[in-house]
Design a protein around this ligand. Structure first.
Ligand code: FES
Ligand SMILES: [Fe+2]
Length: 378
C-alpha cells in the first residue's frame, strides 16, 4: 500500500484524539481495508494486549482445558490439580503437532501424533521410545507458558513477557458492572462464527446505539431503543455506553439483589479492546470474543451468560433466538458496509452525538494511543 494512505489514517487518528464528540468524523477507508494495517494490528494489539478467549467456568475443574488460537499461536488453557489456571503453547515439543482441540477434561495432554504427553503443569510426562536419544533432556522440554488473567468471569490471554495486569486498568469499568456480578453468571450458549467484515467494524457496530432502532426495528428496538442510550467516559483500556431497557416492557427482576433500580433498567455495553465486547444486563448478558482472521474476516466467539437458577430451557432459548436474530441483522449490514468501504468514492462521515456514536470515537482514541506512532512512522 502507498505510504500516503498510512499517513492519511495516522492523520485522521491524530484528529480523533483531539476532536470533541460534537465534531468527530469516521476513519478513512484504508483503516478498514488495508492488509498492511492488519499486520501492524496483529503485532501491536493482538500480539501484546490482553485478549479475551472465554469464560472461567469453561475450565472450572482440575483437568479442564480450552484450546484456542491467538494470532498465529495455538494456545491451551488448563486447570491444574492445584486449581490454578495456566496457559500453554498448544504445540508439541516433539515435531510440532497441535496437542488439544476444543475443550474437555483430561489428566494429561497427549499429542495425537506420537503420543508424547504433558502434565497439567506443562511438564513433559512421557516420550515413548526416546530413552536412547543422547542429547534429549525431557526435563527441559516443558510447554512454553503465557500470562492468563480472570476478570469478572472472563478469561484473558497475553502473549507478551510479564505484561502488567489487566484488572487495574479496568478499575472504572469494574465499578460500573460490579453489582451485575457477571462472575456468577452461567454460560448457557456459545458459538464460534466467522463474520465477513473487518474486526474493527464488528466492534464499532456492537458499541454504538445509533443503529439499534433503525436496523433492529423488530428485534432490539423494542428492548433497547436508541433514544435510551447514554455515553459514559472511557478509560485507558475500556469504553462503552449505557443502553436503557424500554419502560414499555415488564421489568426483569431476575438479576442480582445488589442491583439498584437504575441498574436493573440498564444494560452496560462495554468493550475491553481489542478482543472483547459485551452487553452486561442484570438477568443475562452477551459477549463476543473477537479476533481478525484476515482484513475482511473476523473470528467471533459469541456467548450468553445467565444470572441465577430460575432460567428454564425455553427462556434461555428465547434469549438465544433474540440474540441470533439481532446478530444476523448486524452480520448482513456489516457485509454491505465492507462492500461500501471497497468504493474508491467512500469518504469519512460525521459521527452522531456521544450518546449514540461516542464509543466509536473512544475506540479510535484507544487505537490511536496504541497504533498512531507505528503507523505514522511508515
Ligand atoms: S509431534 Fe507430538 S508426539 Fe510427535
Ligand atoms: Fe446491532
Amino acid at each position: 500500500m502507498a505510504t500516503g494512505a498510512y499517513r492519511h489514517v495516522a492523520e485522521a487518528l491524530r484528529q480523533a484524539e483531539h476532536a470533541g464528540y460534537d465534531e468527530a468524523w469516521s476513519m478513512p477507508r484504508a483503516y478498514y481495508v488495508d492488509p498492511g494495517i492488519l499486520a501492524e494490528e496483529r503485532e501491536r494489539l493482538f500480539g501484546t494486549e490482553w485478549i479475551c478467549f472465554g469464560r472461567a467456568e469453561e475450565v472450572g475443574q482440575p483437568g479442564d482445558y480450552l484450546a484456542f488460537q491467538l494470532c498465529d499461536e495455538p494456545l491451551v488453557a488448563v486447570r491444574g490439580q492445584d486449581g490454578v489456571l495456566r496457559l500453554f503453547s498448544n504445540v508439541c515439543r516433539h515435531r510440532g503437532a497441535v496437542l488439544a482441540e476444543g475443550k474437555g477434561r483430561h489428566n494429561r495432554l497427549v499429542c495425537p501424533y506420537h503420543h508424547w504427553s504433558y502434565d497439567l503443569d506443562g511438564k513433559l510426562a512421557g516420550a515413548p521410545r526416546m530413552e536412547e536419544h543422547r542429547s534429549f533432556d525431557p526435563a527441559a522440554c516443558a510447554l512454553p507458558q503465557f500470562a492468563v488473567e480472570e476478570w469478572h468471569g472472563f478469561l484473558f490471554a497475553n502473549l507478551s513477557d510479564n505484561p502488567p495486569p489487566l484488572s487495574p486498568r479496568l478499575q472504572g469499568l469494574s465499578e460500573l458492572i460490579r453489582n451485575y456480578h457477571m462472575e456468577e453468571m452461567k454460560l448457557r450458549y456459545v458459538a464460534d462464527e466467522i463474520w465477513h467484515t473487518n474486526w474493527k467494524c464488528l466492534i464499532e457496530n456492537f458499541m454504538e446505539g445509533y443503529h439499534l432502532s433503525p436496523l433492529h426495528k423488530t428485534t432490539l428496538h423494542p428492548v433497547n431503543p436508541t433514544r435510551l442510550c447514554s455515553h459514559f467516559p472511557a478509560g485507558d483500556a475500556y469504553f462503552g455506553y449505557n443502553a436503557g431497557y424500554s419502560p414499555d416492557l415488564p421489568r426483569s427482576n431476575a438479576g442480582h439483589p445488589d442491583l439498584t433500580e437504575a441498574e436493573v433498567d440498564n444494560c452496560v455495553m462495554f468493550a475491553v479492546p481489542p478482543g472483547l465486547v459485551s452487553g452486561c444486563g442484570g438477568d443475562y448478558s452477551s459477549f463476543i470474543c473477537i479476533q481478525p482472521e484476515s482484513i475482511d474476516r473476523v473470528r467471533a466467539r459469541m456467548g450468553l451468560i445467565f444470572y441465577g437458577e430460575g432460567w428454564t430451557d425455553e427462556a434461555v432459548e428465547n434469549a438465544v433466538v433474540l440474540f441470533n436474530d439481532t446478530m444476523a441483522e448486524d452480520k448482513e449490514v456489516l457485509i454491505g458496509l465492507m462492500r461500501g468501504m471497497g468504493s474508491q468514492h467512500h469518504q469519512a462521515g460525521p459521527l452522531a452525538p456521544a450518546a449514540y456514536e461516542g464509543p466509536v470515537l473512544d475506540f479510535y482514541r484507544y487505537y490511536s494511543r496504541r497504533m498512531a506512532d507505528p503507523l505514522g512512522a511508515l
